[in-house]
Design a protein around this ligand. Structure first.
Ligand SMILES: [Zn+2]
Length: 126
């Protein structure tokens, strides 16, 4: 069951309120099943507590796969990797810690999108 999210979402530990626009700025942890057919997105509050919101899977597996590709490219660029087919081969650029962190965040999202895409390639027969 998918339940509507109520904003602001309050941290269960420090009671800090988060509005929908702020939610995406929190550090992304991952997704999990809610045990009832729905899915939860997990992110960390600034106090370190993991919070969750219910999400809808309004994304086709094909689009999820494309998005994963795009995010992976961005993540590689942020991490300072040279273009994949650069010739002569270039060495990795030095990047700021912020870019490095953002790259890791994008990779995590790309991984999750790839999982959604895979579920489309192999349709379960119930
Ligand atoms: Zn908190």
């Amino acid at each position: 069951m998918i339940t509507a999210n109520e904003w602001p979402k309050r941290c269960t530990c420090c009671a800090r309120p988060y509005y929908a626009g702020e939610w995406t700025t929190l550090s992304f942890v991952g997704y999990m099943d809610d045990g009832d057919g729905g899915r939860l997105e997990l992110r960390n509050c600034s106090c370190g507590t993991t919070l969750s919101i219910a999400i809808e899977m309004g994304l086709s597996w094909a689009l999820a796969g494309d998005l994963a590709e795009v995010l992976r490219c961005d993540a590689r660029e942020l991490a300072g990797c040279p273009p994949q087919y650069a010739w002569p081969p270039q060495s990795k650029r030095v990047v700021s810690a912020d870019d490095e962190q953002e790259s890791v965040r994008l990779e995590k999202i790309a991984d999750e999108l790839s999982e959604i895409a895979k579920r489309g390639w192999y349709v379960d027969e119930d």
